[in-house]
Design a protein around this ligand. Structure first.
Ligand SMILES: [Mn+2]
Length: 443
């Protein structure tokens, strides 16, 4: 994979040297935005020029409109591997730096296809789209950008008690470049900026079952412990910090562990995971320009606005968690599902499904399928757990196979996937997914 990335690097360098404007297309989640950040920073540092577009999915019409643009080099980040066939007929050089399941079509000569799956590496856990993108620029002496690949890995939930596989190599690069620091600490969010009870409720990963997504319960626990809930964790005395730490460790031992931080960064972006959460909030609000200016280093107005978005997003999440705690999920044999026609919930359904299980608001013995109605279609977000994947669950395959049956489309990773289906197909689709998952677990 490193060799393939090295070849892609040579292609990129060639076009920077020729002063071609490089066409960058990336995904709208935290991983895709970090991936765009890695490539864009590298091009900028080398004195090159780029033009970036962020899209939620690489649809055929996106590729069609790119084919009218006549750039000499297209770079697709965190997407593209599933679209090798249409990309084969796009003119110009192409770099695909992705980690999603690739299509069976073999890439033609003009495409440098950097994807872990092509080399037998696990793309759902061992490397992100930002990671694949980082490998492309790594040979240009860009170890100081490695941390951004880890921001992407956090965004795609690839951190679990440490980084694995290629992410480990990327971590070593980041440490070597001294842009990243690892130390032990409490892994709750906004430790210096939010009152402790909010930090607890807003902490999604690692989850604090009973408290993640529940402001009231978090406040009550701190009151019972006799500590003031209204001040940020960073402002407590050392002794009180120890008491809090011990109490939270009882809820989830993983809440104390390695914290990855950027010592030279402003406080709001100092923690890698929060950096990722802020990009995610920008992406979910379609504020792609904002996200790009943050990854490119703008720290004034953009960051302020991004923090506002994060605040709104967290409020929405709290409402969403209240909703799933109150209503629960509808149980089928091998899956459970959430359905909503609410405008706000549709953008957070994937997070509600995933964190709902990990924070034990929902049971975690079956994958959760979140369904949001968008006019005539339904947006589907599926989430599983590592143990379910080990039992055979592959949501990417299940959602892809089930959605094509009803004229929709879908795909993704074994543990997290999505699809779009016509509204009328809802019930039949759910039953088909239920059957497929049952089969996966029995075979
Ligand atoms: Mn990704």
């Amino acid at each position: 994979m490193l060799n393939r990335a090295g070849e892609a690097c040579d292609v990129l360098k060639k076009h920077i040297e020729k002063d071609n404007i490089i066409r960058l297309i990336s995904h709208n989640d935290a991983d895709g935005l970090s991936a765009a950040g890695v490539i864009a920073n590298a091009i900028k540092e080398e004195g090159g020029q780029f033009h970036t577009t962020i899209v939620p999915r690489l649809k055929k019409d996106v590729i069609r409109s790119l084919s009218h643009e006549k750039y000499e080099l297209y770079v697709f980040c965190d997407m593209g591997s599933a679209c090798i066939k249409p990309l084969n007929s796009l003119k110009g050089d192409i770099i695909v730096a992705d980690h999603h399941q690739p299509s069976k079509t073999v890439a033609k000569e003009h495409i440098s296809h950097v994807n872990p799956h092509l080399f037998g590496i696990d793309g759902s856990r061992d490397i992100s789209g930002a990671g694949s993108s980082y490998l492309v620029v790594r040979n240009m002496d860009k170890k100081h950008l490695a941390y951004m690949a880890l921001v992407g890995a956090f965004g795609d939930m690839q951190y679990s008690n440490g980084f694995n596989g290629v992410n480990q190599l990327i971590l070593n690069d980041a440490l070597e470049s001294k842009t990243l620091d690892v130390h032990e600490g409490l892994k709750i969010v906004s430790k210096a900026t939010e009152p402790l009870y909010k930090s607890m409720a807003y902490t999604l990963n690692p989850p604090l079952p009973g408290y993640t997504g529940n402001l009231e319960a978090s406040q009550e626990l701190l009151e019972r412990m006799g500590v003031s809930y209204g001040i940020p964790f960073a402002e407590f005395e050392e002794e009180e910090k120890d008491v809090i730490k011990r109490e939270l460790e009882k809820i989830n031992p993983e809440i104390f562990g390695n914290v990855y931080s950027l010592p030279h960064e402003v406080p709001a972006l100092r923690d890698l995971e929060e950096y990722s959460a802020i990009l995610d909030a920008c992406g979910k609000n379609k504020e792609y320009g904002l996200a790009l200016s943050i990854v490119l280093g703008e720290r004034d107005k953009s960051l302020e606005k991004a923090l506002e978005l994060q605040k709104t997003y967290r409020n929405e999440l709290m409402k969403g968690f209240e909703w799933i705690a109150r209503e629960g999920a509808v149980q089928l044999n091998s899956i459970q599902y959430l359905y909503s026609e609410d405008k706000v919930l549709k953008s957070i359904m994937g997070t509600l499904a995933g964190v709902g299980m990990s924070a034990k608001i929902l049971s975690d013995d079956k994958p959760v399928i979140g369904l949001s109605r968008l006019h005539k279609d339904i947006k589907v977000s599926g989430r599983a757990t590592r143990p379910l994947v080990e039992l055979g669950v592959d949501l990417g395959k299940a959602l892809s196979d089930a959605s094509v049956n009803f004229g929709g489309q879908g795909g993704g990773h074994d543990i997290a996937a999505g699809a779009m289906i016509p509204y009328e197909a809802k019930d039949k689709f759910l039953h088909l997914v239920d059957e497929i998952i049952e089969e996966q677990m029995n075979s």
